[in-house]
Design a protein around this ligand. Structure first.
Ligand code: 4NP
Length: 166
């Protein structure tokens, strides 16, 4: 049985729209590729308004339309402790990244960066869909699915104990 080699934390503001979407999409991708036992995934928000809550109903509904189940995820706030437990801390937008950089302990040797540049597009930020309409949630999913593929390709090249192809 493979052991966890890489841990990835997705971070947004509220942890009810973008980062749980990234969490659920990437977790499903890993499971489909048989990599869920060697790459661990979590998500968190820089804010504390929604602690313990399910993702936004629009996040859950948009996910369901594409075959994802985000309903079991619960919001939590990112903490300095996370820098000791994750190798990749990936922010959805520049404001999230600025907040994370202010928390970053000097000893952190992992990667703290934006998530979207792992994808093929030229956009750097996943726009906050919270105040907008349903189409914003579809756009978030489009962006995250693409960047997730890119992130997985990047991580694959770093895995030492790749499980056998099934
Ligand atoms: P998220 O979206 O950061 O993608 O989860 C938001 C959720 C809630 C709020 C802002 C953004 N809020 O202000 O409560």
């Amino acid at each position: 049985m493979a052991t966890v080699e890489i841990a990835v934390l997705f971070v947004c503001l509220g942890n009810i729209c973008r980062s749980p979407t990234a969490h659920g999409v990437f977790e499903k991708l890993l499971a489909e590729q048989g990599l869920d036992s060697c790459i661990r995934v979590d998500s968190a928000g820089t804010g504390d308004w929604h602690l313990g809550k399910q993702p936004d109903p629009r996040t859950i509904a948009a996910g369901q339309r594409r075959g994802y189940d985000f309903s079991q995820l619960r919001a939590r706030q990112v903490s300095e402790d996370d820098f000791s437990h994750f190798d990749y801390i990936l922010a959805m937008d520049g404001s999230n990244l600025t907040n994370l950089q202010a928390m970053r302990p000097p000893a952190f040797k992992g990667r703290l960066s934006l998530f979207l540049p792992f994808g093929p597009g030229t956009q750097h930020e996943v726009p906050d869909p919270y105040a907008g309409g349903e189409e914003g949630f579809e756009q978030v999913l489009d962006m995250i699915e693409q960047a997730g593929e890119g992130l997985l390709a990047h991580l694959r090249s770093r895995l030492v104990n790749l499980p056998p192809l099934s």
